[in-house]
Design a protein around this ligand. Sequence first.
Ligand code: HEC
Ligand code: HEC
Length: 338
Amino acid sequence: MKITATIVLAVVIATLSIEARAEDTCNLNIADRARAAVAFDQMLSVFRHPRCANCHGALNVYEADTAHPPGSMMQTETDIFGDTMSTPAGAETCVQCHDAARGEWIQKPNPTSEIQWANLSDEDLWRRLRNTRIITNRVTRETEDSTGNLLIQHTRDDPLIQHGFAGTRAMTANTSWWGERPSPEPPPFTKEEFIVALEDWVDALDARETWPEGDCSVALAERQFSIRSLQYPETIASGARAIDLTVVYSGRPEFPIQVILQPRTCPSDSSCGTERRNVSETSSANTITGTGMFWCTGLSASEVWDMDYEVVLMDAQQRRTEPFASPVTCKPPEMRTR
Ligand code: HEC
Ligand code: HEC
């Protein structure tokens, strides 16, 4: 009797451990797993940054209700992948406005294209980078299956990535854009710093020549709950309502999540309050939106004034992120003429 029970138990344990292993196919040792996850986390602050993400699916300039300032673009020419490309409805080409990128400034028109990774989860983006095809010759349109080395080389050489890191949206003083042009923020790392993280990720995975069999993106699940980036207008008219704040986070928070916008310091001639929004679900991967925030209430004696805010997330388990700086420039409410 006793022996049978032990055998049964042993069989159960064996089955359980096989199941546990089937879920986690990563063959790396613990140190390399952690190293890959830390390096990828650094890369994510660049991938998720608007200067890169806007061109990789976060902003679709071909959509009818696009947030692209001059409006929706049309697709006419053929791009380097053989997909139809892009001249705007007003018969201008992209580079009349994005004039530092002659012959280069393109966005893939197909929202399901493999390079439109902005809305993927962190894990899916990890897997996507190893499964993508990399353009190796912009003239002949040759592409090759991704390897670590190709990804590193592409990041070094690609003019679009260079424009992303420059942070200017490839617009110079000579742009034909007639509208307001707030100076955009570059990503938080330089290209050189990004390449150090990329090389570290590739080397931790031993993926210079070929990607390893197992899926090591599981290592990302052990990360802390933190804010990676914020998106909101850099300048806001006082009294303007319904300003949405988009927050990209990492980690595995439990919903609902509270988006908290609080003053860090308050100008002496203003009164500043804290705003909270409960968000019950993610709008897309690792992204939540606090809708209708009040940023710039009241008036100031000055023409424009700066508010020193910060954002904190708190999840259902009361886990809080570190505060993330969210400065904003306020201006008087838009005056109506007559
Ligand atoms: C103007 C649009 C644009 C900007 C800005 C841009 N990219 Fe790209 N990116 C593309 C296009 C289009 C491709 C496809 C290949 C090509 O044309 O180089 C691409 C390809 C890539 C690839 C290889 C293919 C893939 O998706 O796996 C990576 C990695 C990449 N970009 C990262 C970045 C990073 C990091 C930034 C910001 C520093 C950035 N990109 C900024 C448009 C852009
Ligand atoms: C009439 C001028 C104009 C034309 C033409 C134009 N854009 Fe833009 N685009 C802008 C402006 C203005 C911005 C926002 C710049 C700012 O706010 O500083 C912008 C921003 C973008 C961004 C976001 C970049 C970032 O880093 O946030 C992308 C991507 C983009 N445009 C793609 C395109 C593509 C692709 C085309 C051609 C199909 C195109 N644009 C044509 C004016 C133009």
